[in-house]
Unconditional design. Structure first.
Lengths: 315, 510
């Protein structure tokens, strides 16, 4: 197990290093000068030079890459060109919205998908199965931003139960905070729940036809307890994979939902920073997201090994 | 966007039938809950804005959103713009000009304090202007101060500005947000913690979300009527619509989706505020790039454009046609739209005259705003009618600045020039449309040193004519200010002489 862990950790570090180079190069070759963007169309040449020097943009690219990398290792993500505040603080603030939103959405999505998937698999071919499968079809087909707009028009404009967007701040209390994240979390969760339900169902169906399941039934175990005792654990691997992917997707991919609900999260920050050529922010946030994705993949790998002991020895 | 808001409306109707009862209960509950303060007028307001300012120091960046939050609210200059575009006294109560026109002596208001408690004195004027002029200055409008030779403190409340040459624009230049007065002690943090002299003090900024200002109880002038102003940043037009409809935002001083305005107008809960802006929206042409260097070709393009189709199609009818680079609400404005009337037949004749009977191909590079993207498609279709083929490319602002504005690598582009009174950009041959006319440059040179208002008006009229008759650019329309506000909110600016949301006189009607 220790060797397995070490191997996985080394590959994690290497992935991050390669990602940092690719990221830096890609973002630096994007056309558009941050100083010009900030100073607009009337800026004089000497003003632009002064600002470039102030931002450190006059240094060579390798030097800036090295400063960025070593800074990040020490927890210093640099200072935003446009906002003039430390990037680490900005990420920290946004994280308090993006992370709870992601976890909230993930919670809703699993709370729907697990029972629905198990139910559908155990009623294979019957009406309940068809109903669940039909619903998931709909869930996958509806774009989440459109669904989000429906939620807003009904619950915010029509009923006035929720505000149409924005985040009240955690200082207003846990309940108020969760309330302002509820609609966005539902909008994010439903399409994910639909996918997860389908994966859960098909994975469980595969397992149900395995020999050991038949043996369990032959021993006299009821269908239900055979699924709970033997089926679920074996069906979890594909489900965990999808869950891991969904976590990364939700954390980084909530841009559109954050726009619809004007939530100041990480997605919106990346979006704004790209338009404003706030390169240092884009680089640092994307690097952080890469880190999150790689770490989640790593954790999912560990979870595989935990769920399926065969994997520990094989690798 | 039109499609998405349509779907919202139809769905709302469906829902409403089944849920009338629960809505009634909610409304009843809501009304009992607000009963307590139903009689007192509200003293706070939430103002929606599409873009968030990157920083809050107007002397450190060009983003219009900076002024939209702090101009006249947090920061003040020696002079300021009124809602009609006039230049009025602000921190300077009065001024006198020497006979040679090169020395301005300003008398400052007494008893003015910065929000950190420091006194505002002549020293602060000298510090602020010297800082804008300095070599290391990162002021986006440094050219405003180019004619200042020195700033001298006479006594605590008198300051003298000595100019290099006579200048008719000084008082106007000092009214810009880029010329506001700062306290030296607060300069380092001004980007995130602005300290000014205005009727509101900065209170809180949740980046990406909102900025809060509160009333300054020690304001030297007429105090603000509101206790609190929240600027809320909502970039998505559909979200802006939802936030306004649900009452989460009380006003959008520039509503991002003109297609929704008719709906707000029909709703008694809202007022639509239509006014003028300083935004001349033009089809800029690269005057040095063949065949656009030929005035006949530029004239052909000008006559090939149907402005009313662009205003209707791209702006849902909001906008005033212009025939030169000048705002119609300005007293010196003359209507020159006749110079470039929609006349495709004449366009074809002119092209044939220029040896381009078979037409030609050029580029049309469009920045992100919808006036450019939508207007660009319409103009491309209109130009195709006379044989001019344009290749459209959509650029982000940063790319546009690099390729079009600095690189001058373009044939045509559409952009709204929102700076007030900016006709003098045509006197700069290095400006991105590269118009080089010695006579015009001489006229602007004379204008800048002229201080007599009547002579200045004559010169401005002349200037409008020259660029109109030279067909420097395709002059399209003056951008309209299209605001939406809760019907009970009073005192908002109808027009937009500078990009600002002056909240000083805003209040709620009972």
């Amino acid at each position: 197990m220790l060797r397995y862990l070490f191997k996985r950790l080394t590959s994690l570090a290497l992935t991050l290093l390669v990602a940092s180079v690719v990221l830096f190069v890609t973002i630096e070759i994007v056309p558009g000068d941050p100083a010009s963007f900030m100073l607009g169309i009337n800026a004089q040449a000497d003003t632009l030079e002064a600002l470039r020097a102030e931002l450190g943009l006059d240094k060579s690219k390798p030097v800036r890459y090295w400063q960025w990398l070593t800074g990040m290792l020490q927890g210093d993500f640099g200072t935003s060109y446009t906002y003039k505040t430390p990037v680490a603080n900005m990420i920290g603030e946004r994280m308090w919205i993006s992370l709870p939103l992601t976890l909230f959405a993930l919670l809703i999505s699993t709370a729907i998908a697990f029972p629905a998937g198990i139910y559908a698999a155990s009623r294979r071919g019957r009406f309940g199965d068809a109903a669940v499968t039909g619903m998931t079809q709909l869930g996958v087909a509806i774009p989440n931003f459109w669904f989000a707009m429906l939620l807003v028009s009904f619950f915010a404009i029509k009923l006035g139960w929720f505000s149409s967007g924005g985040f009240v701040g955690w200082d207003q209390g846990l309940l108020a905070g969760l309330k302002s994240l509820l609609l966005p979390a539902i909008a994010l969760a439903l399409p994910q729940a639909a996918i997860l339900t389908r994966v859960m169902r098909s994975s469980l169906l595969d397992v149900l036809s395995e020999d050991y399941m038949r043996t369990a039934r032959a021993k006299g175990m009821s269908k239900r307890s055979a699924i709970w005792r033997h089926g679920l654990r074996n069906a979890m691997i594909p489900v965990l994979t999808i869950l891991g992917l969904q976590f990364s997707f939700l954390l980084a991919g909530a841009i559109i939902i954050e726009k619809v609900f004007y939530l100041p999260g990480l997605g919106l920050l990346v979006f704004q920073s790209i338009a404003q050529r706030d390169l240092i922010v884009v680089e640092s946030v994307v690097m952080l997201l890469v880190f999150a994705v790689v770490t989640v993949t790593f954790l999912v790998d560990l979870a595989y090994a935990w769920v399926d002991p065969r994997l520990r020895t094989r690798s | 966007m039109a499609l998405s808001s349509f779907s919202i409306n139809t769905n709302m109707k469906h829902f409403s039938r089944g849920l009338r009862i629960s809505t009634a209960i909610t409304l009843a509950l809501a009304s009992t809950m607000t009963m307590g303060n139903a009689n007192a007028a509200r003293t706070d307001i939430t103002v929606g804005m599409q873009l968030e300012p990157p920083i809050l120091d107007p002397t450190g960046g060009a983003a219009a959103a900076i002024d939209e939050v702090v101009y006249a609210n947090v920061f003040e200059g020696l002079t300021r713009f009124g809602s009609d575009g006039s230049v009025n006294p602000a921190l300077a109560s009065e001024w006198s000009v020497s006979d040679d026109g090169k020395t301005y002596t300003f008398t400052l208001h007494q008893g003015v304090k910065f929000h950190d408690g420091a006194d505002f004195t002549a020293e602060d004027v000298k510090f602020s202007l010297d800082r804008a002029l300095a070599e290391t200055s990162t002021n986006a409008q440094k050219q405003l101060f180019a004619n200042i030779d020195s700033v001298n403190v006479i006594d605590d409340h008198t300051v003298e500005i000595v100019l290099l040459a006579r200048d008719g624009n000084l008082l106007f230049n000092l009214a810009w947000g880029d010329a506001i007065m700062l306290d030296e002690a607060s300069v380092d943090d001004a980007a995130i913690k602005p300290v000014g002299t205005g009727p509101f003090t900065f209170s809180n900024w949740v980046q990406g979300d909102k900025i809060e200002l509160v009333k300054n109880p020690d304001y030297w002038g007429e105090p603000a009527k509101l206790d609190k102003v929240v600027f809320k940043f909502i970039s998505d037009p559909t979200a802006a619509f939802a936030a306004t409809m649900s009452g989460d935002v009380d006003t959008f001083t520039v509503f991002p989706a003109p297609e929704n305005l008719a709906q707000f107008d029909a709703d008694p809960r809202f007022n639509v505020l239509l006014g003028s802006t300083e935004g001349e929206t033009i089809l800029s042409m690269n005057n040095q790039l063949a065949p656009l260097d030929d005035v006949r070709v530029r004239k052909a393009i000008a006559h090939a454009i149907d402005r009313s189709a662009i205003i209707d199609g791209a702006m849902y009818g909001y906008g005033t046609p212009i025939g030169s680079h000048f705002a119609p609400h300005n007293p010196a404005y003359i209507d020159l739209t006749a110079n470039s009337q929609f006349d495709p037949a004449l366009s074809k004749e002119l092209l044939a005259e220029a040896g381009l009977a078979d037409g030609f191909t050029t580029t049309l590079k469009l920045p992100p705003p919808s006036y450019a993207r939508r207007g660009g498609e319409i103009i491309a279709a209109q130009l195709r009618e006379v044989g001019i083929n344009v290749e459209i490319s959509n650029l982000e602002w940063a790319q546009w600045l690099e390729q079009v504005f600095r690189g001058k690598d373009y044939g045509l582009t559409i952009v709204s020039h929102t700076e007030p009174m900016d006709i003098n950009i045509y006197a700069n041959p290095d400006y991105y449309f590269q118009y080089d006319n010695v006579a015009f440059q001489a006229l602007m040179g004379a204008f800048n040193t002229q201080t007599d208002p009547e002579r200045r008006t004559v010169m401005l009229k002349q200037a409008q004519k020259i660029i109109s008759e030279d067909y420097v650019n395709g002059f399209l329309f003056q951008l309209a200010k299209t605001g939406v506000a809760n019907a009970k909110v009073k005192g908002l600016w109808q027009n937009s002489p500078t990009q600002a949301n002056d909240m000083t006189g805003v209040y709620w009607e009972d």
